[in-house]
Design a protein around this ligand. Structure first.
Ligand SMILES: Nc1ncnc2c1ncn2[C@@H]1O[C@H](COP(=O)(O)OP(=O)(O)OP(=O)(O)O)[C@@H](O)[C@H]1O
Length: 103
């Protein structure tokens, strides 16, 4: 994809609070891994991605996760039944604990 066609944060359908946070961080555009991963994660797709150290992977998974949490919070405030299905972070902790130690 050419740079001119790159999908900016403002075109990803992000919650305004997340867009503001990204702006506050001084991030004018997503990194490549963020540009590829965030839209798919927001669609609910399962992803396995690899990118070099310092390429922005943390935000690539944290931004969609925070968006899910914000939407879920709004849904719970509206009394939706799916609010009782557990929170995403509780699934991440056991997965992280199973990661092999690095030296
Ligand atoms: N879109 C962006 N624009 C500018 N800077 C960014 C962007 N996304 C992340 N950064 C910055 O890039 C740096 C590296 O990001 P981060 O540590 O999340 O990368 P990573 O791929 O998760 O690294 P690691 O492989 O070490 O876990 C951080 O200082 C972060 O604030």
């Amino acid at each position: 994809m050419e740079d001119s066609e790159a999908l900016g944060f403002e075109h990803m359908g992000l919650d305004p609070r997340l867009l503001q946070a990204v702006t506050d961080m001084g991030w004018s555009r997503p990194t490549l891994i963020q540009e590829k991963a965030i839209p798919l994660a927001l669609e609910g797709k399962d992803l396995l991605a690899r990118a070099r150290t310092g390429s922005g992977k943390t935000a690539a998974y944290a931004i969609p996760m925070l968006q899910l949490l914000l939407h879920r919070k709004a849904s719970c405030a509206d009394g939706e039944a799916r609010c009782s299905s557990g929170d995403p972070i509780s699934h991440i902790k056991p997965l992280a604990a199973r990661q092999p130690e690095t030296s």
